[in-house]
Design a protein around this ligand. Structure first.
Ligand code: 9GP
Length: 789
């Protein structure tokens, strides 16, 4: 990277874009100028990458979510120019961290699924794989979270406030997307995905919805101003936010519109590109393209491709279906019914009747095939795409797709043996496992530069960042006191940095010498943040009774967004905030423990939290967490897992050893046995500590701001609410085991050397959880694509 060149570009850009000399530029302006300068440096390589890919089969990743986080720091790492640019900024009188901090996160996702997509983009480029991402450019992301009067509130995320130097609008690749009642433009914004080393630059293409016509001139002239802009607003709503509230038909229609908008634009783009390079030899389509459907959100791509082939290219329906059957593969990321989408047939009829017609034709083929196999209607039922007035998206993906994968070994087993057993008996060869992974560049090289330096020093070079299994070599330091001390000094430094940030952002003082016990992830009952909260409350009561209780000083840290319409998730946030308030204000107890719920948890916050964690809390109900990826990030940064035998925790423990983690609670098979006669009230009655904390929800100990939501939560655990069974996620059943395991944590933490060794064993054995490994498995075992030189 030519430092001088970058500087000159920044000076010029500052004059053109901001009308001022660079030395007067504000921090956001410096960020804009630097980012644009870097873009100018990569454009040729980006172009070369595209050219090199033309002769190869490519994979396309279709996803409603990409949780990218900030671009600048990560791109500097991948360009291996971080230190150089830091120096340049120093010459300009600013610190690189301050410039990184002004960037808003591109939070175009909700949780693990979206962050996985982002890690896959990074790994594809790093492994030189021809993979292109397709997604939506939500102008206002998901939402920003803040706390007021003890609860979560949401506001629009204006992440584009300082502009978007990290994408290029490509008007010449615009396509039109047609709905029954309107036609809109899909404008691509291309985001460069810089592979580590900077040689390969892949593309993430994000579509933005825009109207065919800015406003209706005649209506405006007639002074009907709102009406004149109606079409524009209706169009822009399509890519305004991720997961708009779908509690009524209007909301459902908007979500469906979003999904079709994404897939129609992407399929038109792929077909256009295919025709340009291969003419209309449709029989070759799957030789050149594999399309991965990330969960059910992009499954409409299947009928859309068929529609294009039949209606626009004149292919026969069965031929088009065959092409689809060799092109699409589907990843399942959850077994929770709420996330396995089923859309009302009547809504599809309103928006795109032709697509519905195609889905019906596919369903007929399915029924015929099953009929030939001797299936009765009853046996067919679980596989049907159309039933009960709904379109079952996962069934469509599984029937047409040539492969379907789960995201951790346990999850894939559950799919085969239980959730999708009916499909497994039909097509066992379609089922695969691809255990998730995370990119070591963002989650170690960037987020924990101190630890990355230590590793590079000891291993002799940086090649571990491209082959994470090399971390295994660190096990040779297991008895090396000097190394262990250095490791713990880095952990302490990261805790100091986090403590400063939390002080500044949340106004809460925490002690870096305390044990940082961290649970960060989406808020959901199955993830059981409330189990952690109930334990903390129990510890509070015990400390009140006995201030001398022999535990190390501890800070419990949470970070999570609750979906705006998910009432009980919001109650759990309120509960944790109330517990934090009670404890942090208690002069005596707060000397021993504190509780912090950080606001607006996002990728950038995670980059600060993950390296500072002493303990990684992964306590989902066994069988419910498909994989988890936060667990891998925390492991890579040296935090032992405190978790249930669920998702990828199983594999984490398998790699680093049970003795280096804290595993507790019911396993899948225990829950299977328990489920038919589970009586949470028995646990409540037999365990006085559990009774005490649950009673605290309703006896006035905790303030729920007059909402009544703690009572509702209490009822959900003990009595069941509406038609739901009491304590569906076995919180009460696991409380005792949780508590016993946490005691073991406190005991282990007292032995500093032992703890450092546990931490080291986690780092050293995390290599398999690199998303480079995962993406190579997708490439080899599903897509049939190869790295390109
Ligand atoms: O809940 C899963 C999480 O366990 C997994 O790690 C992640 C990536 O595979 O996907 C999450 N699923 C969703 O966000 C929705 O299906």
């Amino acid at each position: 990277m030519e430092k001088q060149c970058i500087k000159e570009y920044m000076e010029m850009y500052s004059k053109i874009a901001y009308g001022k000399n660079l030395k007067y530029a504000t921090k956001p302006e410096i960020w804009g100028a630097l980012s644009t300068a870097l873009m100018s440096q990569i454009v040729d390589k980006w172009h070369d990458t595209r050219k090199a890919y033309k002769a190869h089969k490519a994979a396309y990743y279709l996803s409603a979510e990409y949780l990218m986080g900030r671009a600048l720091g990560n791109n500097l790492i991948n360009l291996q120019a971080y230190d150089e640019i830091a120096e340049l900024l120093k010459e300009l009188g600013v610190n690189v961290n301050e410039i990184e901090e002004v960037e808003e996160d591109a939070a175009l996702g909700n949780g693990g699924l979206g962050r996985l997509a982002a890690c896959f983009m990074d790994s594809s480029a790093t492994m030189h794989l021809p993979v292109q991402g397709y997604g939506l450019r939500y102008r206002n992301g998901l939402f920003k979270q803040y706390f007021k009067d003890g609860g979560q509130l949401e506001e629009a995320d204006e992440w584009l406030g300082y502009g978007d130097p990290w994408s290029i609008r490509k008007d010449d690749y615009t396509v039109e997307v047609k709905f029954q009642d309107m036609t809109v433009k899909a404008i691509p914004y291309d985001v460069p995905i810089i592979g580590y080393g900077g040689e390969i630059i892949n593309t993430l293409r994000l579509w933005q919805a825009e109207p065919l016509c800015e406003f209706n001139f005649n209506l405006f002239n007639n002074q009907e101003y709102d009406k004149a802009l109606e079409e524009k607003n209706r169009t822009e709503d399509i890519t305004r936010v991720l997961y708009p509230n779908d509690s009524n038909d209007q909301g459902k229609l908007l979500r469906l519109k979003q999904q079709y908008f994404l897939v129609s634009a992407s399929m038109q783009d792929i077909v256009r590109d295919f025709k340009k390079h291969h003419g209309n030899v449709w029989g070759d389509f799957a030789k050149w393209h594999a399309i991965q459907l990330n969960d059910t959100h992009p499954v409409l791509a299947i009928p859309e491709l068929i529609r294009i082939l039949v209606d626009e290219e004149g292919e026969e329906f069965d031929k088009a279906l065959d092409i689809a059957r060799t092109t699409f593969a589907y990843t399942n990321h959850t077994i929770l019914q709420e996330a396995l989408e089923k859309w009302d047939i009547r809504l599809m009829e309103i928006l795109f009747p032709r697509i519905l017609q195609i889905i019906k034709a596919i369903d007929e083929r399915l029924q015929t095939e099953l009929g030939h196999k001797g299936y009765t209607m009853e046996k067919m039922n679980p596989c049907l795409i159309l039933k009960d007035g709904k379109v079952h998206m996962a069934n469509l993906a599984i029937y047409v797709g040539f492969a379907l994968n789960g995201v951790a070994k346990l999850h894939t087993e559950i799919l085969k043996e239980t959730e999708l057993h009916h499909w497994y008996t039909l097509y066992p060869y379609k089922f695969q496992n691809k255990t998730n992974g995370i990119t070591p560049r963002r989650w170690l090289v960037l987020a924990n530069r101190e630890l990355a330096h230590l590793i590079t020093n000891r291993l002799g070079n940086e090649s571990w960042a491209m082959d994470l299994t090399k971390l295994k070599q660190l096990t040779k330091y297991i008895e090396d006191e000097g190394f262990l001390e250095e490791l713990m000094a880095i952990k302490h430094e990261k805790k100091v940095q986090l403590a400063h940030y939390i002080e500044e952002k949340e106004g809460i003082t925490i002690d870096p010498d305390s044990l940082f016990d961290i649970q960060v992830k989406r808020l959901h009952e199955y993830k059981r943040q409330h189990l952690n909260a109930l334990y903390i409350l129990d510890l509070y009561f015990r400390l009140k009774e006995n201030p001398e209780l022999d535990i190390p000083k501890v800070t419990f840290i949470f970070g999570a967004k609750a979906f705006p319409g998910y009432y009980r998730a919001k109650s759990i946030i309120r509960l944790i905030l109330a517990i934090a308030d009670l404890i942090n204000k208690d002069e005596g107890v707060s000397k021993k423990m504190k509780v912090v719920f950080v606001s607006n948890y996002n990728v950038s916050y995670a980059q600060k939290l993950v390296p500072a964690a002493d303990l990684s809390k992964q306590i989902s109900t066994a069988g419910k967490e498909a994989s988890g990826t936060g667990n891998m990030k925390l492991m890579l940064n040296g935090a032992p897992t405190f978790g249930t035998y669920d998702g990828a925790n199983v594999e984490i423990v398998g790699e680093s050893g049970e003795e280096n983690n804290f595993i507790f609670g019911l396993r899948v098979e225990d829950i299977e046995k328990l489920q038919n006669n589970y009586n949470p009230r028995a646990y409540y009655e037999q365990n006085p500590d559990l009774k005490r904390v649950l009673d605290a929800l309703v006896d006035g100990t905790l303030n729920d701001g007059g909402t009544g939501c703690f009572r509702e939560l209490y009822d959900s655990l003990l009595n069941g609410v509406n038609w739901d069974r009491a304590d569906q996620y076995y919180v009460l059943a696991d409380f005792k085991a949780f508590k016993e395991e946490q005691e073991k944590v406190f005991e282990a933490y007292k032995n500093k050397k032992k703890w450092a060794q546990m931490s080291l064993m986690n780092i050293a054995n995390s290599g398999v959880f690199s998303s480079d490994r995962t993406i190579m498995q997708y490439a080899n075992e599903i897509w049939g694509i190869n790295p390109v030189e």
